[in-house]
Design a protein around this ligand. Structure first.
Ligand code: FES
Ligand code: MG
Length: 585
């Protein structure tokens, strides 16, 4: 092992007499210094280049990930900025995960991407990194890696798609995908009309343009201070995203010079800022899992109650679909995340340092809302509180989430009898069975759809309303699962129930006919079955067989944490926090 080169970045390099990690590779006159210079020069870098700070550009371009299809171009603009600022760019790939293709669900691969990104950053002569991300799980994976490695880093998201356009209508992916396929199924759209809609809805590079998980995580990267102001909302094909890419390249060299690192930026207060922005934006419930995971990588617990408390004090002011009316393109024109943050002023910690080298407050001096229809003021919000409530009770001792703004008024306090589905497959098989004993007061319960159970907690928490109730006009029911939901879901959906059924959480013990009580105002979710009876059921409960008997899937199964702990792998937490969280658990 050579001395002076270590995953902890600059700290140990400095100990070996170098300020930057790259210097330990390229400055020494020994055998390894010779080899590093010689091999690097062979691809066109000069001796002069190798005396500059090395900036890694983590380019997750992939034709298997539509949301990252334009990343080679963005990477070129980042490189221009790096060269201009006196750095030397070195581009590298990692795994890239896109929502539409990956089976069984991208959530299975988020931690793999975080590990890939971490090890690439650790194992190479890079002094700072620009992380190109976009699709739902990629930005959280990269932020988790940045938190663990603590090498200077800036996130550059790829930007949202332009609005879909058809017959004068503005379309959103994938909020409108459901409608088109339903109308086609109902015979109201021909095959040809369906194909026209397919062409019109996704008409540019970029990620989904509603406030789904991708837009939520891009906003979070910005609110945390880990992306340049304005980054989240600039549409992918807009020239201003290229300009911002170049500025990102310049700025990462500056961060390396000033030795500003992710842990200087992603403080507890910065995470609170990110939660506040998420609540004000009607952001995706998935963000909660990701923010918990990022926070734990930084060595800090992030209890679900923090989200509940911030949600209660934060007005919902961003009029974007799925909760509101507009999309990311209008958000950009209205001023984007900086304008929203300026509106939220007193609710934010303005002193937090960001990748600009300045504070949040300093970054927002010029920010202004340019369209009041899109970004409301705190005085005239869309809702006085953020959407997400955290429920507790014997059915979810470690918590469950509900997006309360999406719940029909008559269900906010509701007691009903359980109709139980043992697994996602069982649900598909029986939900539309005319013989199913269910009415509008029933509580639909889906088991074994959590991190280990499904596997990897797919977005199937939007349990469909049974066909026989649909035809009677029933549109909402209380539904409970250990699954996730997509940012676009609607209804009385209780999700992320922890512990999940597959590890023997109370959810596993629910039987048809049991009474379940939901009281959102009291944050209560109770299975009204006596403890003695639950103990008898627990004694005969058997864990379902794991879905994998080898490979990464088995690693995932054995090491994934529950939803309330961010679904990270236990061994990826800092050792001290791991002991604190898991010992005796
Ligand atoms: Fe990538 Fe929607 S498919 S963000
Ligand atoms: Mg999604």
């Amino acid at each position: 092992e050579r001395t002076g080169i270590s995953g902890e970045g600059n700290a140990e390099s400095r100990a070996a007499g170098h300020r930057l990690k790259s210097e330990a590779y390229f400055r020494e006159k020994d055998l390894w210094g010779f080899i590093h210079r010689s091999f690097t020069k062979s691809i066109g870098y000069t001796g002069e280049d190798l005396r500059k700070p090395v900036i890694g550009i983590c380019n997750t371009f992939s034709e298997l990930n539509k949301c990252h299809s334009h990343f080679n171009e963005l990477a070129d603009y980042v490189k221009r900025g790096v060269w201009q600022a006196g750095g030397v760019p070195m581009e590298f790939p990692t795994i890239s995960i896109g929502e539409p293709y990956v089976k069984p669900t991208t959530m299975l691969l988020r931690n793999l991407m975080a590990m890939d990104t971490e090890e690439m950053m650790k194992g190479h002569p890079i002094d700072g990194v620009v992380l190109l991300g976009g699709c739902d799980k990629t930005v959280p994976a990269q932020l988790m890696a940045a938190a663990s490695v603590n090498l200077p880093a800036i996130v550059l998201t790829g930007g949202p798609m332009l609005n879909g356009r058809l017959g004068g209508r503005s379309l959103g992916a994938c909020t409108d995908c459901y409608g088109f396929t339903l109308e086609h199924k109902a015979g109201n759209l021909t095959d040809e009309e369906l194909a026209v809609a397919e062409d019109a809805i996704c008409r540019s590079d970029g990620h989904c343009m509603v406030m789904g998980t991708a837009s939520t995580m891009a906003s979070i990267a910005e609110a945390l201070g880990m992306a340049l102001p304005g980054c989240a909302a600039i549409p992918a094909p807009d020239s201003r995203r290229r300009h911002l890419s170049e500025r990102t390249g310049k700025q990462i060299v500056e961060l390396v010079r000033r030795d500003i690192r992710p842990r200087d930026i992603m403080t507890a207060e910065a995470v609170e800022n990110a939660i506040t922005v998420t609540m004000a934006s009607g952001g995706s419930t998935n963000a909660i899992i990701h923010l918990v995971a990022i926070s734990q990588r930084l060595g800090r617990k992030l209890p679900l109650e923090t989200f509940d408390a911030i949600s209660r004090r934060t007005p919902f002011i961003l009029n974007l679909r799925p909760s509101g009316k507009y999309q990311m393109e209008e958000y950009f024109e209205a001023g984007g995340v900086p304008a929203l943050m300026k509106e939220l002023g007193p609710l934010l910690h303005g002193g937090c340092l960001t990748v600009t080298g300045k504070t949040v407050t300093e970054n927002l001096v010029q920010a202004a809302t340019l369209d009041r229809e899109v970004i409301r003021s705190m005085a005239e919000p869309l809702e006085s509180q953020g959407g997400i409530a955290v429920l507790r009770g014997n059915l979810a001792p470690d918590g469950a989430l509900i997006k309360q703004t999406a719940v029909s008024a008559h269900l906010k306090q509701h007691t009903g009898r359980a109709v139980v589905f043992e697994s996602p497959a069982d649900l598909l098989l029986r939900i539309d069975d005319p013989e199913l004993e269910v009415d509008e007061h029933s509580v639909l319960v889906l088991k074994n759809a959590g991190p280990k159970g499904a596997p990897a907690m797919p977005e199937i928490g939007q349990i469909p309303i049974p066909q026989k109730l649909l035809v009677r006009g029933i549109r909402d029911m209380v539904r409970i699962s250990d699954a996730r939901i997509s940012g676009t879901s609607y209804g009385a959906l209780i999700v992320h129930a922890a512990p999940e059924a597959a590890v023997g959480g109370t959810l596993a013990l629910v039987r048809d006919g049991d009474e379940i009580e939901l009281d959102i105002a009291a944050r209560k979710l109770v299975l009204k079955v006596p403890d003695g009876e639950l103990a008898r059921r627990r004694a005969v409960w058997k864990a379902p067989d794991p879905h994998y008997d080898r490979g990464y899937g088995l690693l995932f199964h054995e090491r994934v944490l529950q939803a309330n702990l961010g679904c990270d792998f236990d061994f990826l937490l800092p050792a001290e926090l791991r002991r604190e969280l898991l010992d005796g658990a």
